[in-house]
Design a protein around this ligand. Structure first.
Ligand code: SF4
Length: 367
């Protein structure tokens, strides 16, 4: 049972330093992790934990929470204690929240020392506290918040400007002997973001967090993210990712997991092989594919299911999958492990596929 097609060629990963975000290793060839940020008010512990539970169920490995106020900082101990996955505190400007996050047991802190330096230069103390608590620091450089000095020097947020900014931010910690760093350089334009990360990968061996920032609404943003992250990950660059689309965190996580699975960097749980449809269709294939996906999401075993509109490619794809349906004349020919097991009316296709899936699961080794 489970995704029986030949394994894909997985990318050879760039060797970076390795650090640990809680119990999740990052870099050094360890599996690429998926992240998101909660959208709840961090001070509302229950709402935040509910969202963390949902993103964890969707495949999230590490979650980041924004800490813009004292109330948010005060909520961190309770959130960290009950979160099933490591929590990163995202902090701008106020060093006191960084210390609070470290004391709260946050697995990492995102902070830009350039900002800290500008307002209250306590970078050395932060380095000391993070080092003592074995808490890594993530430096995040975004096109939208690039240092004015570098913006003036480079004219705009070019790949060189983003990389120079990130390495300068790193140097502010390195001066204090702190190198437990992870870097993100993000841009809303996928190819600028790709160029920046290629450059960064050449110039340092810190683990890299990848993301196309402010990528847009779900459809556009997921495609932009898939293109940029797909290019970099296929070149072995990237140790952790986030899909930053204007959609709920669960959707961001699902998109991130799909990107990794498409590259063979994460096992797929459910793969629907469905045809786009053409003039040969005699069933509503778009609706059927959606219904199959909805019916099998959360199925406890990995499955590849073919949902095909006619006999041109239907039987071939159905035979290659764990389960398949090849449609025609308002009926579906059902396949299980490469064999035709039934022909049923369109209205019974989902039920029959579920029945066959349970049968396959019962026959799976270990059951
Ligand atoms: Fe068209 Fe049949 Fe191919 Fe679907 S499987 S796209 S219906 S030819």
């Amino acid at each position: 049972l489970g995704l029986s097609a030949p394994p894909v060629q997985t990318p050879v990963r760039r060797r970076t330093r390795q650090l640990r975000v809680g119990d999740v290793p990052v870099g050094g060839g360890t599996p690429v992790s998926v992240q998101t940020m909660t959208t709840t008010n961090t001070a509302d512990v229950d709402a935040t934990l509910q969202q963390i539970a949902a993103v964890t169920a969707a495949g999230c490995d590490i979650v980041r929470v924004a800490v813009p106020s004292a109330d948010d900082a005060a909520a961190l101990p309770a959130t960290v204690a009950r979160s099933p996955i490591p929590v990163i505190a995202d902090i701008h400007f106020q060093p006191r929240y960084v210390f609070a996050a470290i004391d709260a047991g946050c697995a990492a802190v995102r902070v830009n020392p350039g900002n800290i330096k500008k307002f209250d230069d306590r970078v050395g103390e932060i380095a000391q506290a993070a080092s003592a608590a074995h808490v890594p620091i993530r430096i995040g450089v975004n096109a939208g918040s690039l240092d004015a000095r570098l913006l003036a020097k480079h004219g705009s947020a070019t790949p060189e400007a983003l990389v120079e900014s990130a390495l300068w931010e790193c140097s502010l910690f390195e001066e204090h002997g702190f190198t437990d760093l992870k870097i993100a350089v993000k841009h809303h334009d996928p190819m600028t973001m790709v160029a920046a990360n290629r450059l960064l990968a050449e110039r340092c061996d810190y683990p890299l967090h990848l993301g196309v920032t402010e990528a847009g609404p779900a459809f556009q943003g997921s495609i932009k993210s898939a293109v940029a992250l797909g290019i970099l990950l296929s070149e072995g660059i990237g140790d952790t990712i986030r899909v930053s689309v204007s959609a709920p965190p669960v959707e961001q996580v699902k998109a991130g997991c799909h990107i990794l699975a498409s590259l063979g960097l994460r096992p797929r749980k459910l793969e629907i092989v469905s045809c786009p449809g053409c003039g040969r269709l005699q069933v509503d294939i778009h609706r059927l594919a959606d219904r199959v996906e909805a019916a099998f999401t959360g199925f406890p075993h990995p499955l590849r299911i073919a949902v095909m509109g006619c006999v041109v490619n239907g039987p071939g794809e159905s035979r290659e999958a764990d389960l398949g349906v090849s449609c025609g004349n308002g009926k579906g020919q059902i396949f299980a492990r490469g064999q035709v097991v039934a022909t049923v009316p369109e209205s019974q296709i989902i039920d029959r596929l579920l029945e066959e899936a349970l049968r396959l699961a019962d026959d799976a080794p270990g059951n």
